[in-house]
Design a protein around this ligand. Structure first.
Ligand code: FES
Length: 144
């Protein structure tokens, strides 16, 4: 194989790998629910995270009293994080792609802990305290 052929083959391999990554990311379905408010808490039933024999990683939680939805991510049975899907750059709504939150306005990206990983946003996302009882995950809206 000569140099030109080698570079051409590598180019096709990179293109194929990139395409597969994009396809896999777009196949991840996002579950969205409407949660009720009880007192100061948004109430999400734990069963909403169950998926046959496994658990889904995150749920988008909505309520009419919230201007933006909340991204509720499950790290483990007793460890969740709740992030407000409002971009800290200029306030546009973020979209969830697995563990990545992306702003379509100017391209900012955040991880599942709310840390800005790609600008122009630099500030972390607003997060809410999460409490867990036997059946529910409670997102405290005290400071909204
Ligand atoms: S508003 Fe999100 S990147 Fe600008």
């Amino acid at each position: 194989m000569d140099r030109k052929e080698f570079i051409k083959t590598c180019g096709y391999a990179c293109l194929g790998a990139t395409s597969i990554g994009i396809l896999l990311q777009s196949c991840v379905s996002t579950k969205s629910i409407y949660a009720s408010i009880n007192g100061e808490n948004l109430v999400v039933p734990k069963v909403d995270f169950q998926n046959k024999e496994d658990y889904i990683k995150y749920i988008i939680v909505r309520n009419d009293n919230l201007q933006f939805p909340i991204y509720l991510f499950r790290f483990s049975e007793n460890d969740y994080t709740a992030l407000y899907l409002r971009c800290t750059h200029q306030g546009y709504e973020l979209n969830a792609y697995g563990e990545k939150l992306v702003c379509s306005a100017h391209g900012s990206e955040f991880n599942n802990k709310g840390i800005a990983t790609n600008g122009p946003a630099t500030e972390p996302l607003k997060s809410f305290p999460v409490h867990i009882n036997n059946q529910n995950i409670l997102i405290s809206l005290k400071k909204v």
